[in-house]
Design a protein around this ligand. Structure first.
Ligand code: ATP
Length: 464
């Protein structure tokens, strides 16, 4: 990923030399000859790293003055100072003020490149730690062995390297954010930032400030200095617009322009900020319907929906439930040090029968709850009667096979038919007569199950 490096030096020869070396290494560079130009460049877009000469002729501020400004406004941006012979002591005090490192003139290319590489790596690690802290416990791998999940993973693999915009749809808690993270980590932007803006939880004013940043304005009219918005933070990375249907229409219009031109203005600012950001959006609403009721802009819909990915509800892929449960048990055990409890067969069957309106998020919460609340020793498997009542009651009645004697008097073909009849009848009852759900659970096509039931003489009148 090309990092954006700002070179601040009053000597044009040095700037050109540095820019040449850095561009050969694949970095993008900008140049400034004095403090006005440097601060202007930083305001135009936060750089990834600054190389800063200590002595600057014809400049309002010297290198240390600029360093202080950068440190206050953008403490996350690493600064490497360039010092002449007589300025080593100043360079050392610059490090105390927050510079990452310094390099002496005349500098060796190899050493400079090494320092830049290290500084950028340190900044990336810092950012990753901050991102991890901000994460609301989201996994970065989709767990599941259903066809539904396999199709989503296939779509992710295809779209990730393309830089294309993606609209992820699916019900709440189904894993849309996990999908967005996977696209980012499998893309060429993986080393860059992944920022999340939840459009549902912020007031319209706050949303714009979070998205675009602000120039000396914080919504209460207070002079709060500058804030860097998610778009600018996501430069060279990915911005995830979570619950995009909740974005106010006015902001939708502004986003259309950003998507078209990759530039925007901060709230209260005049300057245009140019960025290189991939946008991924998600929604659990029907955006076509939101468009028809005038709540969502059609032009934004078409811009976001370049590649659609739909994440199925958990009730559409019940076969993932055992694997997901196991995953969450292991994760909880790892993070909380709680013992690793097993789920009994009947508990797994109950989890598979329940409808999960809150999808995978709800399943994860139930597993966490179980690990704390289920009675008995850690070595006892968790049984279905230890589950929350609404889930435990979804437990299937076990197949009460009292036809054993009868079966023993039959040839295999007839015995198999009888077993199939009893088994399928019990499953159809368990899913309240709903053939689609039964078919999904027993692993058959809906039409094949219909035919099978007919051939076995099982009435499917109650089927949906
Ligand atoms: N297939 C999966 N494998 C592992 N974890 C998952 C999977 N799907 C969802 N999760 C976990 O479930 C929780 C909810 O997922 P996520 O936040 O991605 O859902 P969402 O669809 O974005 O929800 P919302 O619409 O409410 O924002 C997270 O903790 C996530 O890690």
């Amino acid at each position: 990923m090309a990092h954006d490096i700002l070179i601040v030096d009053d000597e044009a020869d040095i700037r050109t030399l540095l820019a040449g070396i850095l561009e050969d290494e694949g970095y993008e560079t900008r140049q400034a000859a004095n403090s006005d130009e440097a601060l202007e460049a930083i305001d135009t877009r936060r750089p990834g790293l600054v190389i800063l000469d200590i002595w600057l002729e014809n400049s309002a501020l010297d290198g240390l003055g600029i360093l202080e400004r950068v440190g206050t406004a953008h403490p996350e941006v690493p600064v490497i100072m360039i010092s002449g012979h007589g300025t080593i002591e100043t360079a050392v005090s610059a490090i105390k003020t927050g510079a990452y490192d310094f390099i002496e003139k005349p500098f060796e290319t190899e050493r400079l490149l090494l320092q830049i590489g290290r500084a950028l790596e340190a900044a990336r690690l810092k950012r990753e730690v901050a991102e991890l802290k901000a994460r609301t416990d989201t996994d970065d791998q989709l767990i599941g062995n259903s066809t539904g999940i396999a199709q989503v993973v296939q779509a992710i693999e295809k779209v990730a390297p393309t830089n294309s915009r993606v609209l992820i749809t699916g019900p709440a808690g189904a894993g849309k954010e996990v999908v967005a993270r996977m696209i980012h980590t499998k893309s060429a932007r993986a080393e860059g930032p992944f920022t999340v803006l939840n459009c549902a939880t912020l007031s319209p004013e706050r949303l714009e400030i979070e998205l675009f940043g602000a120039e000396r304005w914080d919504g209460d009219g207070e002079d709060s200095g500058r804030s860097v918005g998610m778009l600018e933070q996501a430069h060279k990375g990915t911005l995830f617009l979570d619950e995009v249907a909740d974005m106010p229409k006015e902001t939708q219009g502004k986003i259309v322009r950003v998507l078209q031109e990759q530039r925007f203005r901060r709230v209260g600012g005049e300057r245009e900020v140019a960025v290189d950001v991939r946008v991924i959006a998600s929604t659990n609403r029907d955006l076509q319907q939101e468009i028809s009721t005038g709540r969502f802009r059609e032009d934004l819909y078409y811009r976001l929906n370049v590649v659609p990915i739909s994440v199925p509800a958990l009730s559409q892929r019940r076969e993932d439930i055992p694997m997901l449960s196991q995953h969450f048990i292991e994760r909880s055990a790892r993070s909380s040090g709680m013992p690793h409890r097993m789920l009994a067969e009947d508990a797994i069957a109950a989890l598979q029968s329940y409808d999960w309106p809150g999808n995978v998020r709800q399943l994860r919460n139930v597993i966490d709850w179980l690990l704390i609340m289920a009675p008995g020793a850690a070595s006892d498997p968790v049984k279905s009667d230890m589950l929350p009542p609404e889930i435990g009651s979804a437990a299937p009645v076990s197949l009460n096979f009292d036809k054993g004697v009868e079966i023993m008097g039959m040839p295999l073909r007839e015995a198999r038919e009888m077993f199939e009849r009893e088994y399928l009848l019990a499953q159809v009852n368990r899913f309240g007569g709903n053939i689609s759900r039964t078919a999904n659970f027993v692993g058959m096509e809906r039409s094949a199950l219909h035919r099978k039931l007919k051939s076995l003489g099982v009435s499917a009148e109650r089927s949906a």
